[in-house]
Design a protein around this ligand. Structure first.
Ligand code: B1M
Length: 224
């Protein structure tokens, strides 16, 4: 098994590091933390660690959950394991961001606790030179409004991972427009589509964190 495959497997199993007690079968063995550090030390491209190990692992976790092979606690262990890898990668994604391109106010909408994707989007945007105001998870529309009022030129980014919380994006946009705020809005998250973005009149949509950077630049009229 290659190093990237090992990292992926540890995320799928929810094994953070050698000191972790979960899962029992992996106790004492290197986990996501040690293996990601090893990959970094071996000069593996961090984008590759993300795209070939960490992100696909969460897709597997999602499928296993859907098939009732694992349940919420296991999904949570995998999320923690993923975060331990992301922490190590973060400094590399932030490199070279001396210039401030603009500000992005971002959050996961009300009712939704998923933040791994949103955090990744924040890291990439920050790395590209955007100033980030991260409102966190389960963010009520009013909180987006309050932040946007403080920064009428900032972009507003919203993330949702649940089909039931996607609709809250529409509430935020309506609240902003009812208050005459013109902050451009872009949205993303697994269930979100370009069609949905159009339907709720979001100015932008991004499928992943790299596209989020491109979309933020486009909305701010910054050429690549
Ligand atoms: Co949840 N969960 N979860 N979960 N979870 C999903 C989303 C699910 C698809 C799993 C499944 O059934 N296959 C399913 C949603 C079904 C649906 O609505 N269609 C689901 C469910 C049902 C639930 C609960 C309801 C389970 C329960 O309690 N019965 C519950 C809801 C809690 C709540 O939010 N109220 C729940 C809870 C959890 C945990 C807490 C255990 C944990 C989250 C931990 C955390 O985030 N801190 C969790 C996890 C880990 C997942 C899966 C397995 C992985 C999500 C993830 O981190 N992916 C997920 C299955 C899946 O997605 N395959 C699942 C990796 C991440 C890098 O990708 O977040 O998609 P993603 O982000 C991407 C893009 O989407 C995009 O860029 C990112 C980077 O490329 N993107 C943006 C995201 N936001 C963006 C914003 C942008 C632009 C791009 O602009 C602003």
């Amino acid at each position: 098994m290659s190093l990237l495959e090992k990292i992926k497997e540890c995320v799928v199993q929810g094994h953070i590091d050698a000191g972790s007690k979960f899962p029992k079968t992996m106790q004492g063995k290197a986990g996501v933390r040690e293996l990601t550090q090893k990959a970094i030390d071996e000069k593996t491209d961090v984008e590759e660690i993300l795209s070939k190990a960490l992100i696909p692992a969460m897709t597997i976790v999602g499928k296993r959950y859907e098939n009732n092979e694992i349940f919420v606690p296991e999904m949570l262990f995998s999320a923690r394991a993923m975060k331990s890898g992301l922490e190590l990668i973060r400094p590399f994604l932030l490199k070279g961001s001396d210039l401030i391109l603009g500000k992005v106010i971002i959050g996961t909408v009300q009712g939704d606790m998923h933040d791994i994707g949103k955090n990744l989007v924040c890291m990439m945007l920050e790395g590209a030179g955007f100033e980030i105001e991260d409102l966190g998870i389960n963010v009520p529309a009013q909180k987006f409004l309050d932040a946007a009022k403080q920064d009428p030129d900032a972009l507003v980014g919203m993330s949702a991972l649940l089909t039931v919380t996607m609709k809250n994006m529409k509430n935020v946009i309506e609240l902003l427009r009812d208050n005459d705020l013109k902050n451009k809005v872009f949205i993303g998250g697994a269930p979100v589509t370009p069609g949905f973005a159009e339907e709720i009149r979001a100015e932008g949509y991004a499928k992943n964190a790299n596209q989020a950077v491109r979309e933020a630049k486009r909305l701010m009229d910054i050429s690549a």
